[in-house]
Design a protein around this ligand. Sequence first.
Ligand code: SIN
Length: 280
Amino acid sequence: MADGLTISPIAGALGAEISGIDLSAELSNEQFTAIHRAFLDHHVIFFRDQNGLTPDAHKAFARRFGTLNVHPYVKGMADHPELLEIIKEPEDTVNFGGGWHTDMSFLEKPALGSLLYAVQVPESGGDTLFANQIAAYEALSDGMKAMLAPLKAIHSASREYSAAGHSAQARKSMQASTATEAPEYEHPVIRTHPESGRKGLYVNPAFTLRFSGMSRAESKPLLDFLFNHSRDERFTCRFRWSAGALAFWDNRCCWHYALNDYAGQRRHMRRATVNGDRPV
Ligand code: SIN
């Protein structure tokens, strides 16, 4: 219990549910500090029963953590360009979700965190999985850590958000536009978290194309190893959504994965993304 909040871890690796807070009300500094601490300690935090959280309240809570991103390739809500609607209709047959990633690592300054709010959820299915990239890094051998330490990797939206890309195909309701000419940015493979100082792996299957100074073919074996390692079950947690729940994850040290196992049902989510800084 901290400042009226109860913080309950949901798994060994990461993730905690926080109760005793109404996110539509203005947070006291004590509440903000406790939530911020839980966010750094658990990497992804969950709030249930925030029913009817308005877009303005969603943005106001997100803004306590930084400025909000307007997605360069996906159109936001009409009156709230900082909020992305992530909707899968019952009749949609597209291969929605189903890919581990870190939001916006294709930017020069990738996202700090994402706040995903559940407007409508399927009766069963549609969970989101998270993977702790600090734990994934710490589990590597000293030899692998030393080999990765000087490496940088190239990230871009060009594959995922180009017309044929997985995200562009899957997110028709989000009006994805093409990103074939998206720029490439170089980020360290091992990232030091700017707030906790802890080291974590910072590559992901959606947006990391190759290691700097190497071809895709040369990069593939080691990237494939890291992608498999990073989603090992022992580094993960899984969140079962309920309408009105909000998840806030740290993109600087987490991957996430939207499970597409609810054919014929509707799922409607809304996401705010907080801008971050340049990885070091
Ligand atoms: C996302 O990748 O930002 C959305 C995750 C989800 O819909 O569970």
